[in-house]
Design a protein around this ligand. Structure first.
Ligand code: ADP
Length: 306
C-alpha cells in the first residue's frame, strides 16, 4: 500500500467539566487527507484546499506530527500529504488535531502499523504544540481512538477510553468568528480555588460514571464548568441565550467546544437533537454572524480509511 485516503474527524474537547482532559470524536464533521509515499526521501505538503494554511512542513501541524513519527522510527521515507479542509482553523472543534491525527494514522498504516493508535497520540500532540503552544491530547486522543477519551496523566501520558451511550448526539454551532486557541488560553486564570476544584472534580467523576451507566440525566447535570466557561464565554456571541434555548428545547447540557467559538449541545436521541438544532438555527439566523451548524453521532472509530 503506497497511498491512503482518510477521513480526519472533528472533536469536541473539554466538555465543560474536563478542561484539557476530556474529549469526544464526531462522526460526519471532519477533513479528508490523502497521503502517499514518494521516492524523494522527504516530506512534502503538496496540496491544501478549503483553507489558507502553511504549506511548509515545519509550519503545518500534519508535517510536524509526521516528522515526530518518522524520527521515532529513524526512517527517512518520504511522503506527500494532501489536506482537504472542511473544518476551519480556530473553530474550536479540533481543526489542527484532525490534520495531525489523520496524517500520523495514514503514515503509520502505510508503513505497516509499527505503532498502535494509542501510541500515535504522542506524535499528533506535537502538532498541537505547534498550533496552540501547548501539547494537549484532548482532541488528538479521541480523533485517533474514537468515542470519549480521558487524559488521566500527561506525564507519563495515560489515555483512557470511555464507553459511549448509544443515543448521544452533538449539535455544534460554529459562529464564523476566529478565536485562536493560543489567545483563549491566555485569558484563563492560572489558579483555582478549592471550592471551584471540588465542584469540578465532582462533576468530572459523575460524567465518567454516567457514561458507564448510560445515565443521560446525570450526564447533563455534570456538564458544568465554573472555572473556564465564565471567562471564555464572553468571547462567544449570545452564549447565554444559546445555553438557555438548548436547555429549554430538551438538550442534556450545553457548553463551549474546546476553546470556542464553537459551542455544543449534548442531546439524547436524533429527534431531540434535531429540535435543538432547529431552535438554535432560528435564533442565530436573525443575528449578523455567519455560522455553521452540525448534528453528529459519536464516532467510535476515530480516523477512518475512505
Ligand atoms: P482548532 O482548535 O480549530 O484546532 P487552533 O487555534 O488550535 O484551532 O489551531 C489552528 C492553528 O494551527 C492556526 O494558527 C493554523 O494556522 C495552524 N495550523 C497549522 N497547520 C494546520 C492544519 N493542517 N490544520 C489546521 N490548522 C493548522
Amino acid at each position: 500500500m503506497d497511498e491512503l485516503k482518510v477521513f480526519a474527524p472533528a472533536t469536541v474537547a473539554n466538555l465543560s467539566c474536563g478542561f484539557d482532559v476530556l474529549g469526544c470524536c464526531l462522526d460526519n464533521v471532519g477533513d479528508e487527507m490523502i497521503i502517499r509515499k514518494n521516492d524523494l526521501g522527504k516530506l512534502r505538503i503538496t496540496k491544501i484546499t478549503g483553507q489558507d494554511l502553511p504549506m511548509e512542513i515545519d509550519k503545518n501541524v500534519a508535517g510536524v506530527a509526521v516528522i515526530a513519527l518518522l524520527e521515532a522510527l529513524e526512517s527517512n521515507q518520504g511522503f506527500d500529504i494532501e489536506i482537504h479542509k472542511k473544518i476551519k482553523a480556530g473553530s474550536g472543534i479540533g481543526s489542527s488535531a484532525a490534520s495531525s491525527a489523520g496524517a500520523v494514522f495514514a503514515v503509520n498504516k502505510i508503513l505497516g502499523e509499527p505503532f498502535s493508535n494509542k501510541e500515535l497520540i504522542a506524535f499528533a500532540m506535537q502538532g498541537e504544540l505547534l498550533a496552540s503552544g501547548n501539547a494537549h491530547a484532548d482532541n488528538v486522543a479521541p480523533a485517533l481512538l474514537g468515542g470519549f477519551s480521558l487524559v488521566r496523566s500527561y506525564d507519563p501520558l495515560e489515555i483512557i477510553s470511555l464507553p459511549v451511550p448509544d443515543d448521544l448526539r452533538f449539535v455544534i454551532l460554529h459562529p464564523l468568528i476566529e478565536i485562536k486557541t493560543r489567545d483563549s488560553r491566555s485569558i484563563i486564570k492560572q489558579s483555582v480555588s478549592l471550592k471551584q476544584a471540588i465542584h469540578q472534580w465532582g462533576n468530572l467523576g459523575a460524567f465518567v460514571s454516567a457514561l458507564y451507566s448510560s445515565d443521560y440525566e446525570l450526564l447533563g447535570r455534570s456538564l458544568t464548568d465554573e472555572i473556564v466557561e465564565p471567562i471564555r464565554s464572553i468571547l462567544i456571541p449570545y452564549f447565554d441565550e444559546l445555553d438557555k434555548i438548548s436547555l429549554e428545547n430538551g438538550a442534556l447540557g450545553f457548553g463551549i467546544s474546546g476553546s470556542g467559538p464553537s459551542v455544543f449541545a449534548l442531546c439524547k436521541g436524533e429527534s431531540n437533537a434535531l429540535k435543538v438544532k432547529n431552535a438554535i438555527q432560528e435564533f442565530y439566523e436573525n443575528k449578523d454572524i455567519d455560522f455553521e451548524l452540525h448534528l453528529s453521532e459519536i464516532n467510535k472509530k476515530g480516523v477512518k480509511i475512505v
